[in-house]
Ligand binder design. Sequence first.
Ligand code: PRX
Length: 635
Amino acid sequence: MTQQEFAPPVGEWYYPSEDIVNNAHVPDYEALYREAMADVESFWARRADSLEWYQRWDSVLDSSNAPFFKWFVGGKTNIALNALDRHVKTWRRNKLALIWEGEPGDRRTYSYWKLYREVNKFSNVLKSLGVRKGDRVTIYMGRIPELVMAMLACAKIGAVHSVVYGGFSEQALADRIEDAQSRVIITTDGAWLRGNIVRLKDVVDEAVRRSPVVESVIVVKRTGHEVKMEQGRDYWFHDLVALPIASPICETEVMDAEDPLFILYTSGTTGKPKGILHTHGGYSVYTSTTLQWVFDLKDDDRWWCAADPGWITGHSYIVYSPLILGATSFLYEGAPNFPYPNRWWRMVEEYGITILYTAPTAIRGLMRFGDAWPNRHDLSSLRLLGSVGEPINPEAWRWFHKVIGKERCPIMDTWWQTETGGFMITPMPSVGLKPGSATRPFPGIDVDVVDEHGQSVAAGVDGNLVIKTPWPGMLRTIYGDPERFVAQYWTAYKAQGWYLTGDSARKDEDGYIWIIGRNDDVIKVSGYRLGTAEVESGLVSHPAVAESAVIGVPDEVRGNVIYAYCILRAGFQGNDTLRDQLKEHIRHEVGPIAVPSKIEFVDVLPKTRSGKIMRRVLRARAMGQPEGDLSTLEE
Ligand code: PRX
């Protein structure tokens, strides 16, 4: 199986049952899509009206400085007003907001009231360390409730969080701290993963050594192992939260709709990660609308988005939108197959999960263990399933549909990006499904597949996926680098004013969209987004490596794995010991997710005459395929 190679199954359709369609928030996708497109601004204004505002906006969309679009201009809000404050004034006060299970089996639950109070305390702790509106706070934690609280606490006081996924290591963390200029870090002593402790605090210590802008480190105790605490810099959260200053009452900061909510770093074509910036107003409207309609979220649902809060999926669909909708979310700390491959299915049964949203790599990983593990459990509570992060191969789709969903649960294959804030191309429960296709654009979203001149391509032909009009959840800029924002997303189709997604795709005869994959130097490994340049700069930071090139090669479970080619400096021997050292080096510098599965030592790399590495040639060689046109290859 490769992402690019699976052919769309012809004529394979799955229709949701009448019961599902008739009871859905959106029983007629086509009608809603037409209605939205007839007047996009009033459509989004109506959606924004379903939320609370301190002050209503003056204009829905300001395009005067495109592509720096502004939404709900003049509106005053705070995402925490909608995610917490408004619920504690209603019956939802005593509804469960969060159910959490730790990997070792410990459990906690939070009602909206309890979460609200905990977040207020956390906000006061941050204030006591001098965090103010507009300050950036870096969060580096495992999947525990305090991570959710830390994010909300920042939002509440108007600070801008930058969550760095716990699978990144020293240098990656240091780069992100440096770029955001965070003076405060929130972390944990460690995180549980497959029965082991991931020593997050040690990574923070090293990152802070490399990025001296940090003044304070707040440490939440999770694993309880011995960690070094530096006096005057490091504070245990439990000590701070016990102080009188950490009262459970905290005024929510009134924010402009366009004030920044968070920065989330993601990989692009250069080694420097891009700080994608999202704002309070439009993001609240966009994420809550998409979640409510696509996953048909209702008050009696138990929603499980099995992503990590450290990625956009977790930001939008674990933390913010479920809380805005007043839903009950489930969060699990550890590995899906720990201690046994039935861990997830046991939890679905026990907690009565009704909607499970995960990634193709997780589905393929669990599928490998066979049907007996899920079949031991009562999965009848499930009513909808979802997939995100990379194209789902039809085989995994069918398994998920049959073995997990018992052919009852439609699968929402949601295509979107860190940059888009929320789902862009996705089914809803009233849309017929084809395994492997993300189906149709969300109402209000205008997408197309075009050639390099901007002409729509015919059905079945590959092209660039573009978005033609702005939407409220769109990124506002790349933090500190507006030129890169314009160059990266808005220059390829400048004349038309379209957003370039970086994905290639094709449409079929029915107007369904099939995502093929990235057409830039970004690799999806287990659904995680990595830049080839990040791994390459990690490799050349090792004294033995003079030059390197990495490519993504298709893999059964992980979608892609990384192959690295290295030219060594004089005096170094390319052997297995060095291979292991380089892998260890990458594990430390970039993170475990970036470790190449194969490292090959070479004397030269295929380059164009202008010096650009021809990854296409490397990929063809790695896969034993024809190398194609080599006319631009340097001598
Ligand atoms: O290539 C697309 C792929 O993931 C990229 C975005 O990655 P990231 O910003 O990390 O966000 C992932 C979670 C939203 C896209 O450019 N992608 C995401 N979802 C899908 C997908 N490819 C195919 N089908 C999807 N459902």
